[in-house]
Ligand binder design. Structure first.
Ligand code: IPD
Length: 273
């Protein structure tokens, strides 16, 4: 099948903007919240409505494109990445923030072809921040080019970690170990509750590094392209090439910085997506 990145990008961007309207409309209202794997793994009607709308758009415009979405997988669909054009979507990344009306949630959408990420879009409709990237064409925030920071020194870096949406004992211990190992070596540590926006922060130079164990492909697919197109790196937490399905990732403004953090991390192997 032909894959015209410009045509796909135009449809994807419009779909993301429309999804943003759905999120904005619901944002300051009371939400009906359901739990998934545990008490802090949340889903709302908005997550489901946005995902349904995006699936409709893809079917209408590109009936042979494949789809991997957080809520479809939660509902039992397979998470199979093939060489076909594939849209990978997190309808609301930062659902906990969304539930609390903490204005740090977004839509994360990537389009892959032959397993390469060709399009990455991350949109925070509340703060009106639209991050976009096309493979080989740079990264943008609201149409202006962005670059990762030039920081290479750990002691001067603002690093983002996350607590995640899993309260498994081994996972929580590893989170605390990593925070403890880093907190007196970095300039500052942050946890803002959206993997995609964390990556967008690294891409736009606001943060110097972000890592997490336990994320899923829909949390990081768009951000990976945006970070790389902004001059940053996205690799495995042990330093090898990133495997999008491996549930772990570190991204940074430079490889030099990532390689200073990696030896401090307690590694964790997770069940693949
Ligand atoms: C979560 C957020 C959170 C991260 C979790 C993700 P969701 O995504 O990105 O920051 O720590 O690992 O699952 O569930 O809000 O789409």
């Amino acid at each position: 099948a032909e894959f015209d990145v410009e045509v796909v990008f135009t449809v994807a961007l419009k779909a993301v903007k429309d999804a943003g309207e759905i999120i904005k409309e619901a944002f300051y209202k009371k939400k009906a919240v359901l739990t998934k794997s545990c008490a802090v793994d949340l889903v709302t009607e908005t997550d489901q409505a946005v995902e349904k709308m995006l699936i409709g758009r893809i079917k209408e415009n590109f009936p042979n494109h494949m789809f991997i979405g957080e809520e479809s997988v939660a509902a039992g669909e397979k998470c199979d990445l093939t060489d076909e054009p594939t849209w990978i979507v997190d309808p609301v990344d930062g659902t906990m923030n969304f539930v609390h009306s903490f204005p740090h949630s977004c839509i994360s959408l990537a389009v892959l072809y032959h397993k390469d990420i060709h399009i990455g879009i991350i949109y925070n409709p509340i703060l009106d921040q639209m991050f976009t990237a096309k493979l080989g064409q740079g990264a943008f925030l609201n149409d202006k080019p962005i670059r990762a920071s030039e920081e290479t020194e750990l002691g001067k870096s603002l690093v983002i970690a996350e607590f995640g949406t899993n309260r498994d004992l081994q996972k929580m211990e590893s989170v605390l170990k990593n925070i403890t190992a880093l907190m007196n070596k970095v300039h500052g540590l942050r946890a803002m509750g959206s993997a995609a926006l964390n990556m967008a922060s690294v891409a736009s130079g606001g943060a110097d590094c972000y890592f997490e164990y336990g994320i899923h492909v829909w949390d990081i697919a768009a951000g990976t392209l945006i970070v790389r197109e902004a001059g940053g790196v996205c690799i495995d937490t042990e330093g090898g090439p990133l495997d999008l399905m491996s549930r772990r990732m570190i991204c940074a403004s430079s490889e030099k910085l990532a390689l200073q953090i990696i030896p401090l991390l307690t590694q964790l192997k997770l069940e693949r997506d």
